[in-house]
Design a protein around this ligand. Sequence first.
Ligand SMILES: C[S@@+](CC[C@H](N)C(=O)[O-])C[C@H]1O[C@@H](n2cnc3c(N)ncnc32)[C@H](O)[C@@H]1O
Length: 260
Amino acid sequence: MQTVGHFTAAAIRELVPDAHHVTMSNLHAAGVRSSQDRLLHHLLDAAVRHGVLALEAPGRWRLTEEPTPEAMFSALLADFPGDAVMTVTYGTCGQHLASVLRGDTDPLELPFSDSDAMATRFYDGTPVTTRPILLARRLLEHSVAHWPQDRPLRILEVGAGTGATTAVLLPGLPPQRTHYSYTDVSPAFLTRAKSRFTAYDFIDYQVLDLDRGPTAQGFLRHRGGVECVARHHRPRGDPAPDRRPARRRRTSTRARKPQP
Ligand SMILES: C[S@@+](CC[C@H](N)C(=O)[O-])C[C@H]1O[C@@H](n2cnc3c(N)ncnc32)[C@H](O)[C@@H]1O
């Protein structure tokens, strides 16, 4: 969190280089989107807790020292080499924080910006992502165990991305009666996934944009199947994240009861 505090202070210095004090109004005047206020307040709290910003009065802050996020980032990498993937991913986001706050950079794009390597390693191998994936696998195994033997098992994965969830789910599926639809809004992921999962011949790869409704795009027309929504996504028009039910934000598998 200390590194987060320093990334925040560095972003503030970049946004309002000459200001003696920082307020929400001068951050907004520097281009920070009001839609980012909630995130910004959390970040400012972290920076105050770690002493790189001081709260002078309610809603008014001042830098107390020169922020050194890059040095802290390097020290984290050296001290915790086992968490390097997570550190590099978060560090990449921290380096672009000012641009994210201004709305010039989509934070979801950052892990995918150079090649898919950082995103693949992040989704495949960090505790943040592996715990929900393992939970998804247990839920799916439960559904499969209770699925009638004579019915095909249709699985739709939405926002499958780099395939971290898929890689854990596939080995637990009976190949003879499984039909797996690997979908994402971005066709680039589908091309990479085809190479990654060549060993599984029961997968089809298709574009699905959840914002446009699955049935309109030819999905979920069969009765009975398992939908696996493995992404953090807010469909357009949904309430803000803080007002969403928590289950919308988690990896989930939902079994749809087979119909006669
Ligand atoms: C959190 S990542 C998914 C992580 C995934 N489990 C993996 O292993 O890479 C979110 C995914 O949702 C996809 N996505 C974003 N907007 C979408 C939309 N409107 N419809 C479907 N997928 C979308 C992104 O392309 C990205 O692959």
